[in-house]
Design a protein around this ligand. Sequence first.
Ligand SMILES: [Zn+2]
Length: 275
Amino acid sequence: MYSIDDLDADLALLAQSGARVFTIGYSFLGRPIKCAVKGDLGGGQIFMQAAIHAREWATAPLAVRMLQAYSGSVGVWCVPMSNPDGIMLAQYGLDSVSDAAQRDFLLQVNGGSYDFSMWKANARAVDLNVNFNAKWGTGAQNVTYPAPSDYIGAYPRSEPETKALCDFTERIQPSVTLSYHAKGNVIYRGFECINPYPQLADEISLSTGYPAYSSAGSSGGYKDWYVTTAYKSGLTIEVGDSQWSYPQIQDNLDIVYDANRQVLDICARFVQDNM
Ligand SMILES: [Zn+2]
């Protein structure tokens, strides 16, 4: 299991090898949301975020490995764990929460079960990837009450994790964003009829072997918000065989990494050629 401690150890190694590591904001329970950056910070930039859904924490070591291997000149910013509280909850259950009232709330939301391994939301039971301001609240699976998944929150960008990602994106103004999720080995590109630079998704589709589709029926996701506000290329990449359990994605990280090993280089070339 790839924990926050594992991430911190990997980030320390990245820093030793010349990457810059810093914090873009804090989760609801006060955990730092960390970012590492490599490459040239002038010109077009790439932003990659992963593990915004708690149970999909295996996308964090994937993102770290992709950044470790990257040696291009285009700047790549990487937030491997966008939802640290949710990840701690999915991995360690209520032991990860110190406040008694918060534990009672989470236990109630989880239907009285102490098994949080399938939790997607943050520690306030908001599903962060439906909390962004892009047709917020119109998704087919949205719910309007705290839940392990699909709760849209009180209003768009209500959560500190959502706000941190938006504020940071607005600051660096990336030319491409990659959002790593699990699972299904599939790419979602653009948002509704907005699909800037379709050739990038096509090229990544060819390289990964994952089919690329237009997003349909979703709303309020990071990629949806980015595409509709920036009118640039945002991709959601869902990794892992749909038959695998979530922890099995980490067990098979070599396979997943192998499929995605060219993605940052393809994005960097795209940024150099088009931005
Ligand atoms: Zn997800």
